[in-house]
Design a protein around this ligand. Structure first.
Ligand SMILES: [Zn+2]
Length: 284
């Protein structure tokens, strides 16, 4: 009797683990089935109209990528909560333009829809946020005006005026949605350090070599006050470098390829996309 009791007690953790494993597997299967249904669903005509009129990058995509973007948008909108701050009204335009810009990064990347967080908070325009830093016994709180931010394993915050501007002008090299969602890709492998998950194991070494060298160049340029197609904010940290170059890769691919060919190649392999091939790109 005692032996049976000991045996039961020892088996209990294993049974609980197996139960969790089974529960997780079923949950994942249900999620995949739901995604497959949403992926196959046609986009509502009014949503398509928003894409065509307010997100010019959509019209430049090859048809196959347009179809992919539309199918990703449906899953994204199902899995994320977009919430207005203050009096801000979250309309269909707000939902579609945030989803479209975020999902452009996912077009050919295998896998998930930005796992680990659900909420996107939207302010009507730039907002003031405070942050606290500790240095020994000293605690310093400062405030700054922001167009967006990504909390580690937490929500994304966006300023609508900048979201809209980013959608309407897909060639100025600035896109707050792509920037903040690049941070989310970056943190998929734990740390937000400028190293996202790459499609193959062989790519990591080259990525590290090229990105380290290019980041050092950007830091020197920032110190000397030299201009570059990559915004100087990218030189503030490896994480910001990845997010800023992501904006440049999608919005100024010709200039990025011309001035930083090795970097362009790494981003091409990271996103499995080549924006240089997309229609109507006549950048100087
Ligand atoms: Zn950033």
């Amino acid at each position: 009797m005692r032996q049976i009791l000991i045996y039961c007690l020892l088996s209990l953790p294993i049974m609980i683990m197996l139960g969790w494993f089974y529960f997780d597997k079923r949950k994942l299967k249900r999620k995949e089935a739901r995604r497959a249904v949403l992926n196959a669903k046609p986009l509502a005509p009014e949503y398509l109209q928003i894409l065509k009129t307010q997100y010019p990058l959509y019209s430049r995509l090859p048809e196959e990528l347009q179809r992919k973007l539309v199918s990703h948008i449906q899953v994204f909108l199902d899995e994320k909560d977009i919430i207005g701050r203050g009096e801000f009204d979250v309309t269909d335009t707000v939902r579609v333009l945030i989803a479209a810009q975020a999902c452009t990064l996912l077009l050919n990347r295998p896998g998930n829809y930005y796992p680990g967080f659900r909420t996107i908070l939207v302010y009507p325009d730039t907002y003031v946020a405070s942050s606290t830093q500790h240095d020994g016994l000293l605690q310093v709180t400062s405030t700054s005006t922001r167009a967006g931010e990504s909390w580690h394993r937490g929500p994304i915050v966006l300023a609508w005026e900048h979201v809209l501007q980013g959608a309407l002008d897909s060639r100025d090299g600035h896109n707050v949605v792509m920037h903040e969602f690049a941070h989310k890709l970056d943190e998929e492998n734990a740390a937000m350090d400028g190293l996202p998950l790459l499609p193959t194991a062989e790519q990591y070494q080259q990525w590290s070599q090229v990105l380290s060298a290019e980041f050092a160049v950007q830091q020197r340029k920032l110190a000397n006050g030299d201009d570059d197609v990559i915004d100087s904010y990218g030189a503030t940290s490896p994480a910001e470098f990845f997010a800023v170059v992501t904006e440049t890769f999608f919005e100024k691919p010709q200039q990025l390829q011309r001035h930083h060919p090795k970097l362009y190649e790494q981003f091409k392999q990271c996103y499995l996309l080549n924006p240089l091939e997309w229609r109507e790109l006549n950048q100087s």
